[in-house]
Design a protein around this ligand. Structure first.
Ligand SMILES: *Cc1c(COP(=O)(O)O)cnc(C)c1O
Length: 395
């Protein structure tokens, strides 16, 4: 009976196009990296310098990680063909969970196939009707969806606005459980959450704290532990991904207080009713964590140098940059929607792959191009990008 609905779907697709929200998906040929060949519209393929991946340490296309993944496949096989609580947990998952605890200094951890799953499997497991959850308005879609699944009352506070958060904590009053949930780094702005202040408020009002550090694990903090570095004893729940700096393929986890993680093992639906992280990815994730301090910390330093170099170059060209300067997410603030999309298209023609973000992904009048720096970018590549930005600015 699809015929009854075809027209509706056609109209919906047209609406997406008319509103300028249509996503042309570029298809990567070969590996992720700073130089990529990409096909758009099946017709023309282009080799571009890539400035829009979350490949912060440049590990996504690395031989080293592919090798670790292959070793995982050889040792543990392709997969478990079962959910974890039946016969789908293997030693690699236990080893990885132990290593996550060792790396972040948490009491316990549970892995998921993605951080999206970690977040959607979190809130409804630990919160119920009458509880209260306080969520930053700029939180990632997976936190928003996770909160939607739970019956706790939702209090949305303005981005990083501690007065607003405090007001909402007061308004919520006494509850069985209270939880503040925030991204560690807000991905459209490249700014870090005010975690110290959040922890202070949590203590004052008796709330737990959950931080999703997907954009910051392996990137921020003196030792690369993320935006949560130095605060982990005050943060009850940490979620993150192996799909960004700490690898680039996929996989996620929730770490933190032992009792909470135990409850997740017992009841979290995205863990219980879905196959575990594939052994190849799990072994590669384990490899990254085990070798981070000895090897990958240098990449983090390179990333910081690259970020500083690119930002200085852009500022010299007279661009207004968002972000706090520390995170490799570098929003180039253009404000006007048209300007951002035209400039991104022009940069594409000049061989630089970046994405323009316009309303409603970002607020009206705050359109931007988001540049993401990687440790793998060479100075020459960044210079090429700066030259291209200089050219398109004059157009
Ligand atoms: C990227 C991201 C996710 C999703 O991670 P996956 O492991 O790819 O599902 C979740 N939360 C935040 C804050 C992210 O930036």
């Amino acid at each position: 009976m699809f015929n009854n609905y075809k027209q509706q779907f056609d109209e919906e697709l047209q609406e997406i196009k008319d509103s300028g929200m249509w996503k042309d998906v570029g298809v990567l040929e070969g590996k992720q990296g700073t130089e990529i060949t990409i096909t758009i519209d099946d017709s023309n393929n282009r080799t571009l310098l890539n400035f829009c991946a979350n490949n912060y340490l440049g590990l996504a296309g690395s031989e080293e990680l592919a090798k670790a993944a292959k070793e995982g496949l050889d040792k543990y096989g392709f997969g478990e063909a079962s959910v974890r609580f039946i016969v789908g947990t293997s030693t690699i998952h236990k080893d990885l969970e132990k290593e996550i605890c060792k790396f972040f200094g948490t009491e316990d951890a549970i892995t998921y196939t993605s951080c999206f799953d970690a977040n959607t499997g979190l809130f409804e497991t630990i919160l119920k009707e009458g509880d209260a959850v306080f969520s930053d308005e700029l939180n990632h879609a997976s936190i928003i969806d996770g909160i939607r699944l739970c019956k706790a009352e939702r209090f949305r506070y303005k981005n990083s606005d501690m007065n607003d958060l405090e007001g909402q904590l007061k308004a919520a009053g006494d509850r069985r459980r209270k939880l503040i949930a925030t991204d560690g780094v807000f991905s459209m702005d490249g700014i870090t959450a005010k975690l110290k202040d959040i922890c202070n408020l949590a203590e004052k009002y008796g709330a737990m704290v959950m931080v999703d550090d997907s954009h910051a694990s392996g990137v921020l903090g003196k030792t690369g532990r993320g935006s949560v570095e130095g605060l982990l004893s005050r943060i009850d729940i940490l979620t993150s991904t192996f799909g960004k700096a700490l690898g680039g393929a996929g996989g996620g986890f929730t770490a933190g207080r032992r009792e909470i993680i135990q409850v997740l093992h017992q009841r979290s639906r995205t863990a219980l009713f879905s196959n575990s992280l594939t052994p190849g990815i799990a072994n590669a994730a384990l490899y990254v964590l085990q070798n981070y301090d000895a090897k990958f910390i240098d990449l983090k330093k390179q990333l910081e140098e690259n970020t500083a170099y690119f930002r200085a170059g852009m500022e010299k060209l007279g661009f207004t940059l968002g972000g706090d300067g520390k995170h490799p997410i570098t929003p180039v603030m253009l404000m006007e929607e048209k300007k951002a999309s035209e400039m991104a298209a022009e940069l594409f023609k000049q061989g630089i792959y970046v994405r323009g973000f316009t309303y409603p992904v970002v607020p009206k009048g705050k359109a931007r191009i988001r540049v993401q720096i990687s440790a793998a970018h060479t100075k020459e590549q960044m210079d090429q990008a700066l030259k291209a930005f200089k050219r398109v600015k004059q157009l």
